[in-house]
Write a protein that binds this ligand. Structure first.
Ligand SMILES: Cc1cc2nc3c(=O)[nH]c(=O)nc-3n(C[C@H](O)[C@H](O)[C@H](O)COP(=O)(O)OP(=O)(O)OC[C@H]3O[C@@H](n4cnc5c(N)ncnc54)[C@H](O)[C@@H]3O)c2cc1C
Length: 365
């Protein structure tokens, strides 16, 4: 591909950027750089999914029609490769399918390990199956009391008030990364909706099946279906045999500098959950993407390091929905709950906003 430039010949070749991972960070980055770079997006699946809408889709499968978006719908000028990246050398990225893609710049945005279908159609039908599973169950077990487990418990408790919902969490409080007040609000709200919350206990993951299950303290739970909402490993094990092996920290995260370049490399960036930046949230992965888009543009224009955009760690904020109308919000000096945070997040779960960020209409026709 060619770009008008100011060389004697009048044309300069566009730089090749390979983005690995088409999740929250990678998809937004690819969207922003497609106008000035020759971009390849390698993703294990053919679609981008708005993760913060996925729990509503369990109780309302049609919600996923707007939140599961084929990459081709918002990336008009990007080569989309549906495959798993298995290696990075000094010059190219290699996929499981044996394809190689030469790069000038590479961006790793592989987040956490997630086992989801490759095609949008399969993903939508998975939500239908989850919905039927919940609908036909008398009792639903949710394992994990972080934001995902709490939001899913809230969705089921509000939409299916007659189901017995049990939430097991291994820690002493829900929403551990949020403040104590928000944890207590979430606990009180779930309890008011008759969700049974069991703290300080775990369920052995490899022995779990529906029916009678035993927690770490020997308590027995009778359940018809379950959802695992526990933390996932970094999707970085494949990097251990690559040029980036020495840039991984002890937790499998890529160490980055303030410009989001992987330490030790001038042309390799990392964004989102895969980085060693402490807070793992989607809105931050989006910020990483925008900083990296700016930096790629500057580098392509030959600017030096002094002019590059830097990523600054902000205060952690959290907005957790509690069913369709309520929520709990935690800001640095304020925690609020009820209808206002519910109005901000819980109604549309930012789906329209996220679609607009990718140049799409909020609705689908
Ligand atoms: C249910 C749920 C609800 C959430 N709610 C919120 C919320 O309300 N607010 C918020 O801010 N954050 C939320 N998050 C967190 C947010 O989704 C993550 O922080 C965000 O997705 C991280 O973005 P990422 O681009 O780093 O990784 P991801 O979005 O996880 O994307 C990684 C991508 O890389 C692909 N991939 C992985 N390995 C490879 C490989 N080797 N080759 C090719 N492709 C690969 C994956 O298929 C995936 O598409 C939620 C997360 C979940 C799971």
């Amino acid at each position: 591909m060619w770009l008008w430039g100011s060389t004697a010949a009048g044309l300069v070749e566009k730089k090749k950027v390979v983005v690995i991972g088409g999740g929250v960070g990678g998809s937004l980055l690819a969207y922003h750089i497609q106008s000035f770079a020759d971009v390849v997006l390698i993703d294990e699946k053919e679609y981008f999914e708005i993760t913060w809408a996925s729990l509503r889709a369990v109780v309302e499968p049609s919600f996923a029609v707007r939140s599961v978006i084929n990459h081709g719908d918002y990336l008009s000028n990007v080569k989309i490769v549906v495959s798993t990246a298995v290696s990075i050398t000094d010059t190219e990225v290699v996929t499981a399918g044996g394809q190689t893609f030469v790069y000038d710049y590479v961006v790793v945005a592989t987040g956490h390990v997630e086992s989801v279908p490759k095609s949008r159609t399969e993903r939508l039908s998975q939500y239908e199956k989850d919905f039927e599973k919940v609908k036909s169950a008398n009792s639903v077990l949710i394992v994990g009391g972080g934001p995902t487990g709490v939001e899913l418990a809230g969705e089921i408790a509000v939409d299916f008030p007659d189901k017995k919902v049990i939430l097991v969490h291994r820690g002493p409080k829900l929403l551990e990364f949020v403040g104590s007040r928000a944890s207590q609000i979430a606990l009180d709200w779930l309890t008011s909706k008759k969700v049974e919350v069991i703290l300080n206990q775990s369920v052995t993951l490899n022995t779990i099946s529906d029916g009678l299950i035993e927690t770490s303290s020997g308590e027995t739970i009778d359940t018809d279906c379950h959802f695992m909402c526990t933390g996932k490993a970094m999707a970085s094990s494949w990097l251990r045999e690559t040029i980036l092996k020495d840039s991984l920290d002890g937790r499998g995260r890529l160490m980055v500098d303030e410009n989001l370049r992987v330490r030790g490399f001038k042309n390799v960036f990392a964004i989102g959950d895969i980085t060693d930046i402490p807070i793992k949230q989607g809105y931050l992965a989006q910020r990483h993407a925008l900083v990296t888009a700016k930096n790629l543009k500057k580098l392509m224009m030959g600017r030096n390091k002094g002019t590059m955009a830097t990523y600054k760690l902000g205060y952690p904020i959290a907005l957790v929905s509690l069913g369709r109308r309520e929520g709990v919000a935690h800001f640095p000096f304020l925690t609020m709950s009820g209808r206002i945070p519910g109005w901000i997040k819980s109604r549309d779960l930012f789906v329209g906003k996220t679609r607009k960020q990718l140049g799409l209409k909020p609705t689908v026709t």
